[in-house]
Design a protein around this ligand. Structure first.
Ligand SMILES: [Zn+2]
Length: 402
């Protein structure tokens, strides 16, 4: 099943001149409160009523245009399963995206880094106060099923350099501006694993290590049964029991986003509420979003069409992630590009109509002019009837292509 990458033609003709800042809107929402993975962040302050820090003023319009900032652009959310899993060696190796070679994963990280991508956790995307450096495109690396090849200790107690966590840690050591961020959708009682990450007795240590390192640990159900066939009671148990299992071992795990097993949602939409919130005994859970398995780069939180119940991902099949990197880098699909300021949502004027004002979460909407300015008419010597207008048109064309 190949993910569909929508063909979107964008013409972002930006110039540094003639830019304006308009449209200041500040709306605070009671639902979907921002609470990112990094406790000291702006939005955690907002959610936990910590003393607010000074609000950063918007960047000058010329700087926003130079960055081509667009915080309504698409965000890649990548879906990984096995990384060099021996069980899949042979014909299935690297096929269907369920298992890819460690070397492939390393190459993909290098491509993402070169494309100015920046890793964040899934829960950090669910706010207009997302923190990413100026000019960067956020990327969420998700790992489903808690497979053994995602996090493996060697007999000497060190982390296997060829498992996903080992590769991410090595990449972080080489690139300190690539933080340890990824979301692990874990599964406590599946036929896939005798215990999460396939080293029974080490699961508690691993879950705690992931949380301590800055990764997100979240809900992929308890048994990986296809949810199309489950009742509301069964769905509630799948969510609540996974949360209980993880929190008993790693109490700091946030457990408030979820990925559908096999990408299969309940057929009856009314049952989706059981995935989003519920309780069983003394366990109360709340998921702020539901991740599908496929679909291409996700819309951003501030986009009118963003649906937290149907977040799309990009599978790791051969070439799929590489193609997404290319499509976003060449702007065939318009990427989310951060302005580096968690207090503002910066968008070019041509994209402003896509902003959902109810999702600004108190951030300022900053719109800058990305249309080509009219070139001032310069008195020129008449050399023939066509000289004047042609010069002007040629000038505009050059600006639009710049
Ligand atoms: Zn799964």
């Amino acid at each position: 099943m190949k993910p569909t990458v929508p063909k979107i033609t964008v013409s972002l003709a930006l110039t540094a001149a003639g830019l304006v800042v308009t449209g200041i809107v500040a709306v605070r929402l009671a639902h979907h409160p921002a609470a990112p993975s990094v406790p000291a962040s702006h939005s955690a302050r907002a959610a936990s009523h910590l003393p607010p820090r000074a609000v950063q003023p918007p960047l000058p319009p010329a700087r926003l245009a130079a960055l081509r900032a667009d915080e309504t652009g698409r965000i890649p959310i990548l879906m990984y399963h096995g990384i060099g899993c021996p069980a899949f060696r042979g014909a299935r190796y690297d096929s269907q995206g369920l298992n890819i070679a460690p070397e492939t994963f390393r190459k993909q990280l290098a491509l993402m880094y070169a494309a100015h991508w920046y890793p964040v956790n899934m829960r950090d995307v669910l706010t207009s106060h997302m923190e990413a450096p100026a000019g960067k495109t956020p990327v969420v690396l998700t790992f489903d099923d808690a497979r053994g090849s995602q996090f493996h200790y060697l007999p000497d107690g060190t982390i296997d350099p060829n498992c996903a966590v080992g590769i991410l840690e090595a990449f972080h050591q080489q690139h300190r501006d690539w933080p340890l961020r990824a979301t692990f959708y874990v599964l406590p009682k599946s036929a896939w694993n005798p215990a999460p990450f396939w080293q029974p007795g080490r699961e508690t240590k691993k879950l705690r290590a992931l949380v301590a390192d800055g990764f997100e640990v979240a809900n992929h159900s308890t048994t990986h049964r296809m949810m199309t066939r489950l009742s509301g009671t069964e769905l509630t148990w799948e969510m609540a029991e996974c949360q209980r299992y993880v929190r008993d071992r790693a109490p700091q795990a946030t457990m408030d986003t979820m990925a559908l097993p096999g990408g299969a949602a309940p057929k009856n939409h009314a049952l989706w509420n059981a995935l989003l919130r519920g309780h069983l005994g003394n366990i109360t859970y709340r998921n702020r979003c539901i991740l599908m398995a496929w679909g291409g780069p996700s819309r951003s939180w501030a986009d009118k069409k963003f649906d937290p119940d149907r977040i799309t991902r990009i599978g790791a099949g051969p070439g799929w992630i590489e193609r997404a990197i290319k499509a976003l880098s060449t702007r065939r699909i318009p990427p989310y590009v951060s302005d580096g300021n968690p207090d503002t949502i910066a968008v070019p004027r041509s994209e402003a109509k896509f902003v959902n004002p109810r999702r600004l979460d108190g951030a300022k909407l900053v719109v800058y002019n990305d249309s080509a300015p009219m070139k001032p008419k310069v008195a020129t010597k008449k050399r023939g009837p066509k000289a004047g207008p042609k010069t002007l048109v040629a000038g505009k064309t050059a600006i639009r292509r710049a």
